[in-house]
Write a protein that binds this ligand. Structure first.
Ligand SMILES: CC(C)(COP(=O)(O)OP(=O)(O)OC[C@H]1O[C@@H](n2cnc3c(N)ncnc32)[C@H](O)[C@@H]1OP(=O)(O)O)[C@@H](O)C(=O)NCCC(=O)NCCS
Length: 183
């Protein structure tokens, strides 16, 4: 993971957020439950990764791999029979990476209430070529105030990811230089 963002490829035309926004819907089944009888968190994470991957592939026009997933939050349990909607969009783009924001909503099978938000996550995808090497992506063009807010918030998360990684690397180098070795 590069510490300094390289500039986006100016030769690639930008793409609006709406061009790749995607919703994946799924009815939860009994085979997807944990010991408590509610849906296993890992099943929801898989749906989140699937939806985000579809968005990243659409935006970048080719293969994209998950580089990281952070801030996965489960707000409420999902139950068997619930119709789950996983809504994903590109929040931000770098040179070869994209932050995809995902919201998870559940329509309760036994209630006539509007869908409730049950989770959310942010994933970073890297677009890759045939050899698995990072390739340039089109700059995302936020269209609405909500998209612009999400873009700005994604930039904050990107700055923090890079700073945290750099700080940990520096700490490890310092400990190694001091002769401190993990047991
Ligand atoms: C993601 C991957 C392509 C990055 O390759 P790399 O050689 O480290 O390349 P770079 O350092 O140039 O990173 C490419 C981009 O991804 C971003 N990136 C890489 N690792 C990241 C991480 N852990 N978190 C956030 N962003 C990350 C970089 O910041 C860079 O963004 P930019 O081009 O927009 O500035 C590579 O680590 C990989 O193939 N990982 C496995 C992915 C995979 O198989 N996922 C499925 C899980 S089974």
């Amino acid at each position: 993971m590069t510490d300094q963002a390289l500039p986006a490829d100016a030769a690639l035309p930008g793409k609006p957020t709406a061009a790749s926004r995607t919703t994946l819907s799924h009815i939860m089944t009994a085979s997807e439950t944990n010991l408590l009888g509610t849906v296993h968190g890992g099943v929801i994470m898989k749906l989140v990764d699937d939806a985000a991957g579809a968005v990243a592939g659409r935006h970048s026009g080719g293969p994209a791999v998950t580089a990281s997933m952070d801030e996965m939050v489960f707000l409420e349990p999902v139950r068997v029979g619930d119709l789950v909607h996983v809504k994903a969009q590109v929040n931000w783009t770098g040179r070869s990476s994209m932050e995809v924001g995902v919201r998870v909503l559940a329509e309760r099978w036994n209630e006539s209430t509007p869908a409730t938000q049950v989770g959310s996550a942010y994933l970073v995808f890297a677009a890759v070529d045939e050899e698995g090497k990072p390739r340039s992506v089109p700059t995302v063009l936020p269209e609405t105030e909500r998209d612009r807010r999400r873009y700005q918030e994604a930039q904050i998360r990107r700055t923090h990811r890079l700073a945290r990684r750099r700080a940990i690397r520096e700490l490890r180098e310092k400990r190694t230089a001091e002769g401190l070795i993990d047991d």
